[in-house]
Design a protein around this ligand. Structure first.
Ligand SMILES: NC(=O)c1ccc[n+]([C@@H]2O[C@H](COP(=O)([O-])OP(=O)(O)OC[C@H]3O[C@@H](n4cnc5c(N)ncnc54)[C@H](OP(=O)(O)O)[C@@H]3O)[C@@H](O)[C@H]2O)c1
Length: 228
C-alpha cells in the first residue's frame, strides 16, 4: 500500500484516479480548496484535505504531503481568472508543490502536464492556450531540474470519453488538440506510480492503440528534452 496525495483532488482526472488507487489498496489524500467538495472526494474512498495550493505556503504544502509516498499534481486554473491565475496556479503553485515535496522528503512526483507545452513546436504565440502551455512548461522545467523522482505526463486535449486503456506515446503534429480521455490519463497515472522505470521520463500521449502498461514500458529518453 502506498500513500498518494493528489493535488487538485476534485478535478475531473483526480475523481477518476482516486478510485483506481483506492481499489488497489492505496491510501489516497485528495487536496481540495472548497470544503463543499469533500463529499464527492470521500465517495471515491479518498480522504479530503482542504488546502488551497494558490494560497498555501511551501511549509503548509509540505505538511499536507507529510508521510506520502508520492505526490500527483492534477490541479489547474482551467483558464478561470485570466493569465494571472494561470501563472499563480499552473506555474507558481506547481513549483511550490515540488519544493514542498522535497521539504517533506517525498521523492516521487507525477505531473499531469500538457502535450502542447513540449517539443520544438509548442502551441503558437496566438494560440488561446499559449499562456497555459508556457506556465506548464516552466513548472516542468523546474521539475526536470529538481532531484525529485519525477514523471511528466503530456496528454493532449482532455475529453470525457470512456476509458479505452489504450494510448499512443510520442510527439504528434497538432498534439495540443490530440484527444485524450481523462479516464485514460487517470489509468496512466496509476500505472506510472507503480512503474519505477517511468521515473525521469516525459511521456507524451493521446488515446490510441497500445495497452497502457505496454505503452509506458519503454518510453524513449529523448522526450525528456522538453524543447525538441
Ligand atoms: N483541459 C485540458 O485539455 C488539459 C490538457 C492537458 C493537461 N491538462 C491538465 O490536466 C490536469 C487535470 O485536468 P482536469 O480536467 O482534471 O482539470 P479540472 O477538472 O479543471 O480540475 C482541476 C482542479 O484543480 C483545482 N484547483 C484549482 N485551483 C486550486 C487551488 N488554488 N487549490 C486547490 N485546488 C485547486 C480545481 O479546484 P476547483 O474545483 O476548486 O476549481 C479543480 O478541482 C490539470 O493539471 C490540467 O492542467 C488539461
Amino acid at each position: 500500500m502506498s500513500r498518494i496525495v493528489i493535488v487538485g483532488g476534485h478535478g475531473k482526472v483526480a475523481l477518476l484516479l482516486a478510485p483506481l488507487l483506492v481499489q488497489r489498496g492505496d491510501d489516497v489524500v485528495s487536496l481540495i480548496r472548497d470544503p463543499a467538495q469533500a463529499e464527492d472526494v470521500e465517495a471515491t474512498g479518498a480522504t479530503a484535505l482542504v488546502v488551497s495550493v494558490e494560497e498555501a505556503s511551501e511549509q503548509e504544502l509540505a505538511a499536507a504531503f507529510d508521510g506520502a509516498d508520492a505526490v500527483v499534481w492534477s490541479a489547474g486554473a482551467g483558464g478561470k481568472g485570466g493569465p494571472q491565475r494561470t501563472e499563480a496556479v499552473d506555474r507558481e503553485a506547481a513549483i511550490r508543490s515540488m519544493e514542498a515535496a522535497r521539504a517533506a522528503c517525498v521523492s516521487r512526483y507525477v505531473m499531469v502536464s500538457f502535450a502542447g507545452s513540449h517539443g520544438a513546436d509548442p502551441v503558437p504565440a496566438d494560440h488561446p492556450l499559449r499562456t497555459y502551455a508556457l506556465a506548464k512548461l516552466a513548472a516542468d522545467r523546474h521539475l526536470v531540474a529538481s532531484d525529485l523522482d519525477w514523471t511528466i505526463l503530456g496528454p493532449g486535449l482532455l475529453t470525457l470519453d470512456e476509458p479505452t486503456g489504450r494510448i499512443d506515446v510520442g510527439r504528434f503534429d497538432g498534439e495540443a488538440q490530440a484527444p485524450t480521455s481523462r479516464a485514460n490519463v487517470a489509468a496512466v497515472i496509476a500505472a506510472v506510480l507503480v512503474d519505477p522505470a517511468s521515473t525521469g521520463k516525459v511521456i507524451p500521449f493521446r488515446d490510441g492503440h497500445t495497452p497502457i502498461a505496454e505503452a509506458i514500458a519503454d518510453v524513449p529518453d529523448e522526450y525528456a528534452d522538453l524543447d525538441s
